[in-house]
Design a protein. Structure first.
Length: 478
């Protein structure tokens, strides 16, 4: 294992250092070959080694190219990026939900409801919906682990074994619903990052997006995708659910404590502050909120929460507690680097975008806008299951943009579609953190079973994207 790690590390260094000496292809320039080599090296490092040191090395290497003035400029471009700042503070904010146990309270409440008692498919759906909702509020990974435990407990009660279809289906379905929920709200880190990629690719021409439009799209798209996926499970996987007609016993839930109530109020305030500017008519209030911005709203709420004290004068939350539990530094390093490298690759001086565009040109030369959107959605789904989901979006959004502008496709709609397609990386463990969790659960699902359920999820998402997502997006994003 140690030898393999160092071999992969050597491949990272060789790609970043020597790829530039290969003959340029397509419209690639010398700068383009250099930047592409650095990006491929970082990608290989993210997949096989680590998130942090390949990111740092790639930024150092980028600082020695003609794209930036020096190494400091390369690092400054990541730190000063508004998208990265917003993601950083959103992660801090999300710790309000993960540290207070809101996700466990929510899942338990749903399972104890009369809706699920004696109804196997309702119970299955509610378990998945609990993860979907928790993922929307930044607690997806905690909800996955918690819901898995609920599945194991249910299996022990009703007599399911690890060889039965229902627990295997649920273990995989929970992760798929997490992937959908992670993109439900317009101010989530992944959504903000992808629209940041669009802003870079368009040179700032599409620097903002309407939160209400995105929320409408994501809600409807998610619901249809879930319905298609559940139909595939019911009629293709066909698990035996007869044992689930028994009553499931779960522990009682306690009333919300003060910290949990504060976390929910903060979440409601964030939702209102970010959605409200899109709903208000032109005027002083709308101008004020637009000038304030989402980043200031998030950080302001965090500051206010840490300002409050209990009756003993002690803080309910400390910034250190939230930062330590919320900030995922490997994710920050990778997204920051992917954003910077994506901007470098898509710059006119590299020739990368025109080269990739020429590869799609024979397919899309005489294509309609609908066909173009469908091809890009399918290509994103295929790519994200081979490489990391963030990187897939960082590649496909700059590729999408010139076709969208040429054919009159709304880039905001396409970016929303790519958001969902790029986040369904479950086929391989390297495709996403959730995919790695799923493949790591060898006790309940084998690699073959993960692949089968992942392909069903990919099929459901592809059908929804082509049949519903594109026409729905065109209707909403006007």
């Amino acid at each position: 294992m140690r030898k393999k790690y160092y071999v992969n590390s050597l491949i990272v260094v060789l790609l970043m250092s020597l790829f530039r000496f290969l003959p340029p292809f397509g419209s690639m320039t010398t700068l383009g070959m250099t930047v592409l080599g650095i990006f491929l090296g970082a990608l290989w490092g993210w997949i096989t080694c680590d998130m942090i040191w390949p990111s740092v090395l790639s930024l150092i290497m980028l600082g020695f190219t003609a794209y930036t003035d020096n190494v400091s400029a390369a690092f400054t471009s990541t730190i000063s990026n508004g998208t990265i700042q917003l993601i950083l503070w959103l992660l801090v904010f999300s710790a309000l939900l993960t540290t207070t146990g809101i996700s466990k309270w929510f899942v338990t409440k749903l399972i104890r409801s009369k809706l699920c008692s004696g109804h196997p498919w309702r119970l299955s759906l509610v378990l998945c919906l609990a993860v979907w909702i928790c993922a929307a509020f930044g607690a997806g990974f905690a909800a996955i682990l918690l819901s898995w435990q609920f599945v194991y407990t249910i299996c022990a009660q009703v007599g399911y074994t690890k060889n039965d279809k229902w627990p295997k289906m649920m273990v995989c379905s929970i992760v798929f619903f997490n992937a959908l929920g992670a993109l439900l709200l317009p101010f989530q880190g992944g959504v903000v990052a992808n629209y940041g990629f669009l802003s870079n690719a368009s040179g700032g021409a599409w620097a903002s997006y309407n939160y209400v439009q995105y929320l409408c799209f994501s809600l409807l798209f998610s619901v249809v995708t879930m319905a298609v996926y559940l139909l595939l499970l019911r009629f293709v996987v066909r698990p035996d659910v007869s044992r689930l007609k028994e009553k499931i016993q779960v522990e009682d839930v306690e009333a919300l404590n003060t910290r949990q109530k504060m976390a929910l109020w903060a979440l409601a305030a964030l939702f209102i502050l970010t959605i409200l500017p899109s709903c208000l008519p032109a005027g002083a209030a709308k101008d004020f909120l637009n000038r304030l911005g989402t980043t200031a709203c998030v950080l302001g709420l965090v500051a206010f929460i840490t300002f409050l004290r209990d009756k003993d004068g002690k803080p309910y939350f400390t910034f250190k507690e939230l930062a330590n539990n919320g900030i995922a530094w490997p994710l920050i390093f990778m997204v920051a680097t992917a954003t910077t490298m994506g901007g470098a690759l898509s710059s006119a001086d590299t020739g990368f975008t025109s080269t990739v565009t020429s590869l799609f040109a024979p397919i899309l030369a005489n294509a309609s806008p609908y066909t173009c959107a469908a091809v890009i959605a399918i290509a994103t789904l295929a790519l994200t299951n081979v490489i990391n989901n963030t990187v897939a979006a960082a590649i496909m959004i700059p590729v999408m943009y010139p076709f969208a502008t040429e054919l009159g496709i709304n880039p905001l709609m396409m970016t929303a579609l790519i958001c969902f397609c790029a986040n369904c990386g479950l086929l391989l463990p390297c495709a996403s953190p959730a995919g790695a969790m799923l493949h790591g659960n060898k006790e309940w699902v084998s690699t073959k079973e993960v692949e089968i359920h992942s392909l069903l999820g990919i099929l459901a998402l592809a059908l929804t994207a082509i049949c519903v997502g594109i026409p729905l997006g065109n209707l909403i994003f006007q």
